[in-house]
Design a protein around this ligand. Structure first.
Ligand SMILES: Nc1nc2c(ncn2[C@@H]2O[C@H](COP(=O)(O)OP(=O)(O)OP(=O)(O)O)[C@@H](O)[C@H]2O)c(=O)[nH]1
Ligand SMILES: [Mg+2]
Length: 414
């Protein structure tokens, strides 16, 4: 995590008048006290930097600044440092207090606009003062997005963080690279990785599909060894290898067989899990998978296919997953489908969304869908993770991803 250089992290500037709770806000997000806070205005004098892995956005660095305030009271040095952050920030968060909007807020917005820095507002300390309707309508006219928050209210932390992540995703500049690693962070030079790629009637003629090709490329980029086999030759490959592989990755459709044939001490996963992380948010998608355990006959499910014509995914989404779900639940479920770009706005009726692997979507598009689902309180997962879940092997294939495994277990038991 610490290995991503600061320059490659999304730089998020935190601005606002003194004492509005900028440092408290940073501490809330970090889940630890990284910046000193106090009731005295002017506590933060030097910029406080906190690097973090803000999933699913990826590596970020928060920059907590000295408060802007009545310029006469603020030393030029501190002001200069804060202004400098305006040159560094990719995006900004402007923190304000309920029902207080002064020239300083207007000035900051003006500066952010001048520099083309996208931002949103956090109205902090709502536990102390409720923002009035007229304040919120004034705010709505001035800025496109805001979040109501209380940085010191620990019980609401997760809710606030989810809203903040969603706003961050909304305002990340289009050219900002949101990519997370496919395999790079879980493999190393000289590792042997076995990829299991079944060639059945659904495999495209004469070639491999993109997730498989990308995985091979990532293994090569890491100077590791990639062994590509069909499921039928997997056990032969294991026998012929001198050492156990460092990792095995399989197509979800053969996950049951792969798990049965893989020694317990060998980590294994599926392309769907790798791509859930790479293209979306693995933690959210395993949380979504846990909900499948709680489904009942008659529940309504959305199956979302990002592409319109893809026989392979069609077959999984239209036939196999519905069948597996019915068997798993022991009854019929109501299934709606969405295809291509028309992802429904109203998700409220669904118990769970099962999304395709999203090879046709950008990461940002997929993340927006996940955030929309979270905002509607509807869990979301993907095809392959669902397959591993209903076949009872999801925990096993989450073995390379400790966080996701923990979240899955917690959700199952909640
Ligand atoms: N009740 C309440 N108090 C808060 C909240 N957020 C911050 N505070 C308090 O407000 C005071 C100022 O918080 P800081 O985080 O130091 O504010 P700051 O914006 O970093 O201030 P400077 O560094 O001086 O610019 C502290 O006493 C915090 O405990 C909140 O959401 N609710
Ligand atoms: Mg501070």
């Amino acid at each position: 995590m610490e290995s991503t250089p600061k320059s490659l992290r999304l730089q998020i500037g935190i601005f606002g008048r003194t004492n509005v709770g900028k440092s408290s806000f940073l501490n809330m997000i970090a889940g630890q006290d990284v910046a000193v806070t106090s009731p005295l205005p002017g506590t933060t004098t030097d910029v406080v930097e906190k690097v973090m892995e803000l999933l699913p956005i990826g590596p970020v660095v928060f920059l907590d600044t000295a408060g802007f305030d009545d310029v006469t009271e603020l030393s030029d040095k501190r002001l200069a440092k804060t202004i400098k952050i305006l040159d560094r920030a990719d995006i900004a968060i402007l923190i304000v207090e309920p029902n207080i909007w002064t020239d300083f807020e207007n000035e900051i917005i003006e500066k952010l606009n001048e520099k083309n820095i996208n931002f949103f507002v956090v109205v902090n300390k709502i536990d102390e003062t409720q923002p009035t309707d007229s304040f919120l309508s004034m705010l709505g006219n001035k800025v496109s997005q805001y979040v109501l928050c209380s940085s010191t209210n620990k019980s609401q932390r997760e809710n606030y963080i989810n809203q903040i992540k969603s706003r961050i995703l909304n305002i990340i500049p289009d050219d900002y690279n949101l990519q997370v690693p496919l395999l790079s962070d879980i493999i190393k030079k000289d590792d042997v990785i076995v990829l299991i790629v079944p060639i059945d009637s659904q495999a495209p003629k004469g070639r491999l599909i993109l997730p498989q090709v990308q995985s091979i490329r990532d293994i090569l980029d890491n100077n590791a060894v990639s062994v590509v086999v069909q499921d039928t030759e997997y056990s032969t490959a294991l026998k012929k290898l001198k050492e156990k592989p460092a990792l095995v990755v399989c197509d979800s459709q053969v996950v049951h067989k792969m798990v049965a044939e893989t020694p317990q001490d060998v980590k294994c996963t599926t392309f769907s899990i790798l791509f859930s992380r790479y293209k979306g948010d693995l933690n959210e998608e395993v949380r979504g998978a846990a909900i499948i355990k709680k489904l009942k006959p008659g529940d309504k499910i959305l199956i979302a296919e990002a592409c319109t014509h893809h026989p392979l995914e069609d077959d999984i989404g239209r036939i196999k997953i519905p069948r597996w779900l019915r068997n798993y639940i022991g009854g019929d479920v109501v299934i709606d489908y969405s295809t291509g770009r028309d992802f429904p706005d109203n998700l409220n009726d669904y118990r769970v969304i099962i999304h395709c692997g999203s090879c046709m979507l950008t990461r940002r598009e997929k993340l927006m869908r996940i955030r929309n689902a979270i905002a509607s309180n509807v869990p979301i997962t993907n095809y392959g993770i669902t397959i591993s879940m209903v076949q009872g092997v999801l925990e096993r294939v989450l073995s390379p991803f400790e966080d996701a495994l923990r979240i899955y277990k917690e959700e199952l038991n909640s």
